[in-house]
Design a protein around this ligand. Structure first.
Ligand code: AHR
Length: 498
């Protein structure tokens, strides 16, 4: 059997795991909001129309923060449409997803939903069709206590306390020609800088995220980050990184998607550090991976623009395969290894649209295969992140070149508890994973689970909601920890480092 070896050295810890790594994203797209998180009249809906079956799954998923309301949607959105008496709200065309937006769900509903879900809100501003004035209006409406026209409007609509939203994204994917208000890097950099400056005049302690490239494949990738940061590095805390992966002709290539994410993180971090140091600064700009996932973008691009402007159409509701879930687990390992740099992340999206949770209108909610690695990592990745150097067999892949068949990371807490997260990216061979400690300490196995399946394309569905799911994984913790990782698998082990 193939064997992969690693030696744990706690001195290699890169830093604490920020809970904000386990964020997600709710966009007015398809059925993420309507019949996703919100469905008045559903048997499980609460008085607000929030689906409590979905709220329960969101809690189990371990989501910590949720970005809203877009995405591409936000670049044509007027936030004022979504506040005030529901029957007075306008219905509008959403040009991003060719849908009809009733505005029945808006900022107030989202803020009450975040309270019910116990997650932090992250609000994206429209810097596509709108600008500094509207962004500052929204900030005052949301975060000012009262005594001004805008803040008193929020109070009169039932929210006496300011929302105190701490994290704001300065627009979305404005490098993309599909984006309403698409701009050059120079134009966007200036707009982001001036919007940030205004927001800091209201509250210097806000966390501000400037929009990086929409994908590493964009022709302007890299140059965009450099130009934008040159305009505003001193005014922002984080730069966004968007990363979607999908299976093509080669399974091994897809399973190694974490290698591409690794390169993306290192490239953007390098550019940010270079811009800051050339400007004479020492600041470390965080990376907000605020859209990441497996997304079958190429396969379904034609369906993104439905005919007839439907309300909440079914968009991007692919069922995720076991292989997709292994990739999601692997991407989380990559992020954890860079916990010193990836300061936050949002799995895109939360419900129905490229999502770990699916719902049927007036019907059940269920977990997609990708739910499991996210939920386990969010629950168990605690304390310091400790990258592991692996000696493992390699595979040659078309896109990523030579890659280790195994990838793994460990997180460790002060009480000597630890979690190991590992993937076997080999399409057909099991791998024996062996872990010992540099200081000779024992590594005790308290329990482990594995996500694998004889059919790598098995999925969960409304009729078979538990077809794919984790099962217990045995192991040995004698001289060293030994786990047998099946081909195409993701595993988590609870350990005691004494
Ligand atoms: O998450 C779906 C879309 O992907 C978002 O609207 C956009 O920001 C990205 O291109």
């Amino acid at each position: 059997m193939l064997e992969a070896r690693a030696t744990l050295d706690l001195a290699e810890a890169v830093g604490p795991v920020d809970p904000r790594l386990f964020g997600s994203f709710v966009e007015h797209m398809g059925r993420c909001v309507y019949s996703g998180i919100y469905e008045p009249g559903h048997p499980a809906a609460d008085a607000e129309g929030f689906r409590t079956d979905v709220l329960d799954l969101v809690a189990e998923l371990g989501v910590t923060q949720v970005r809203y309301p877009g995405g591409n949607f936000v670049s044509g959105y007027r936030w004022e449409d979504g506040v005030g008496p529901v029957d007075e709200r306008p219905t509008r065309l959403d040009l991003a997803w060719h849908s009809r937006e009733t505005n029945e769900f808006g900022l107030g509903e989202f803020m009450r939903w975040t309270a019910a879900a116990r997650v932090e809100p992250v609000i994206t501003l429209n810097l596509g069709t709108r600008g500094i004035a509207e962004a500052l209006d929204l900030l005052e409406y949301a975060n000012h206590a009262g005594g001004t026209t805008l803040s008193d409007r929020r109070v009169s609509y039932g929210s006496a306390e300011p929302y105190d939203i701490r994290t704001w994204c300065l627009g979305n994917e404005l490098d993309g020609p599909w984006q309403l208000g698409h701009r050059t890097a120079h134009e966007y950099g200036r707009l982001a800088a001036e919007t940030a400056r205004g927001m800091r005049q209201f509250d210097p302690d806000l966390r501000l995220v400037v929009a990086g490239s929409s994908a590493a494949s964009m022709p302007t990738f890299g140059a965009w980050e450099r130009t934008v940061l040159e305009s505003c590095w001193d005014l922002v805390d984080e730069i966004s990184v968007h990363a979607y992966y999908e299976e093509g002709a080669d399974l091994a290539d897809f399973l190694a998607s974490g290698v591409a994410m690794e390169g993306l993180i290192e490239t953007v971090a390098g550019i940010a550090d270079d811009v800051v140091s050339r400007a004479g600064g020492t600041k470390r700009i965080g990376l907000a991976l605020d859209e990441w996932n497996v997304w079958y973008l190429r396969r379904h691009q034609a369906s993104f623009q439905p005919q007839g402007w439907p309300q909440a159409p079914r968009l991007c509701e692919d069922a995720y395969t076991l292989a997709d879930a292994v990739v999601v687990g692997g991407l989380l390992i990559t992020m954890l290894r860079h916990a010193d740099r990836v300061s936050s992340a949002c799995l895109s999206q939360l419900v129905n649209v490229i999502a770990p949770i699916k719902t049927e209108p007036d019907g059940p909610a269920w977990r997609e295969a990708t739910f499991y690695p996210f939920a386990s990592t969010a629950r168990h990745a605690r304390g310091e992140s400790v990258p592991l150097s692996l000696q493992a067999p390699t595979l040659i892949t078309p896109t990523h070149g030579e890659v280790c068949v195994v990838d793994a990371v460990l997180t460790a807490t002060e009480d000597e508890g630890a979690s190991l997260f590992a993937v076997n990216r080999h399409p057909s061979e099991p791998v024996e994973f062996v872990l010992d400690a540099a200081d000779g300490r024992p590594i005790r196995l308290l329990g482990a689970q594995v996500l694998t399946d004889s059919d790598v394309h098995a999925t969960n569905s409304i009729d078979h909601p538990t077809r794919v799911g984790p099962r217990p994984l045995g192991g040995d913790d004698g001289e060293a920890l030994r786990l047998r990782l099946p081909p195409v698998s993701w595993a988590h082990a609870n350990l005691l480092l004494r």
